[in-house]
Structure formats: C-alpha cells, structure tokens
Design a protein around this ligand. Sequence first.
Ligand code: PEP
Length: 248
Amino acid sequence: MRKPLVVGNWKMHGNTAENAALLEGLLNTELGTADVAVSPPSIYVAQVAEKLKSSAISWGVQNISAVDKGAYTGEISAPMAKDLECKFAIIGHSERRTLFGEVDKDVADKFVAAQQAGLTPIVCVGENLAEREAGETLTVVGRQLGAILAALSAGQVDGFVIAYEPVWAIGTGRTATPEQAQEVHKFIRDQLAAISAELAENIQILYGGSVKADNAEALFTNPDIDGGLVGGASLLVDQFVAICRAAG
Ligand code: PEP
C-alpha cells in the first residue's frame, strides 16, 4: 500500500530566521500520518538538516546537476545533496523547464544522477494552458513521463515519485479540479502499469498546483492521488500542517 506523501517546495524563498520559525512551527505541531518533506533553497539545506535531523520530516533539494562534479559554476550535484542527507531531489519542475530551458533529456539525465546517488527523484510533469486547451494534456504528460520510464533500470519497481503539476495551476491560485487531476493521475498509473503492475502499485503520484488547506482533502481522496507537492502554501505553517493532515 502506498503511503501518502506531502512535499513542500520552498522555491527561492526564506532566510535563516524565517526558515527557523517555519521549521519550529512544523516541529511543534501534529502533522498526521503522511510522510512529510521540505525542499529549501540548497544554500539552506544544512540549516534544515540540522533542525530536522531528529524528526520524522525529511528534506530534499529543488534541483540537481546531471553530473557529479567538475567545472560547473553555480551547480550542485546529487552526491552533494546526499552528503547533506537529503532524501529527495525535485527534478524537472516546470519552472526549471520554462525558465532554465530544461528538456526531457536533461530531466532524464538528472533522474539517473539522483538515483545513482541514492536520492529519490520527484519527477514533475504537466501541461501548460495552451496544451490543455488544445486537448494535448495526455500527449504532453505521456511524452515527459516516457523520457523517465525509458531511463528506468531493468526490473525497477520503486525508487521515485511522480508529481503531476499542470503549469497553469502552479502559483496561480487556479487548481485542477479533483476530476481533472484524477484523470491525469490515472493515465500516469496506467503508463506505469504497462511496464509492471508492481511499479504501478508502488509509485506515489503527487498532485501539485495551488494546493491549499481548503482544497487538499478533495484532491487527496482520489484513488490515484497519493499526496501533494506544495509551493506557496508550504511557507505558511497553518496551511502546510492542514495539507499534511488532509493527506494522512
Ligand atoms: C510548486 O512549486 O511545485 C507548486 C505546486 O507551487 P504552488 O503550490 O504555489 O502552486
């Protein structure tokens, strides 16, 4: 049985004081039974690791390089994230794809790098508004997912997470309806099932895109939605706690 998972993506927000206050708030509150993780900007991973090391909350990074080390100024690698005891690496977030030009091949390379370093990649897929309105949602998601599934190790049945994040719902306040989200999650699970039933059964598929306290439960009660990848609302203790509780 898949365990619900809620991951906070802090994006490029926070400072040491704000991070400390946010983490204190989470540590001092009952979060429920879902697995919970946060992804701070990488410069703050050490601070977060120190704060959370004795807790049940895990942590990760928002991006990694596809290579382990070398002359790549400004990059951080999967082994570096692992060194800081990160559990997860978000891969292929739509902001990486649209603002930093990452294509499916880059995302697949990062997926492999994360797995080789012992991190669990959280692979983001999702269509933009024009693609949805053109009826291309499943084609786009299928293409993005296909690049990842082609990079799986032989016989792999777990070790990664998928996040369906419709680009038009990220940071916009506009959420996919539970029906729209479930349709795409089911499609993703069917693609996994085409490889193996065990893979489809094991892989958590998170929904992301303006998840808030007041819409989380309606999304998470769908059979193929295993939790959320949460941006803006993960910066607010009350919101994030309510979302975690809605998942578990
Ligand atoms: C995200 O950053 O992955 C995200 C889903 O953001 P928001 O929740 O703010 O839409």
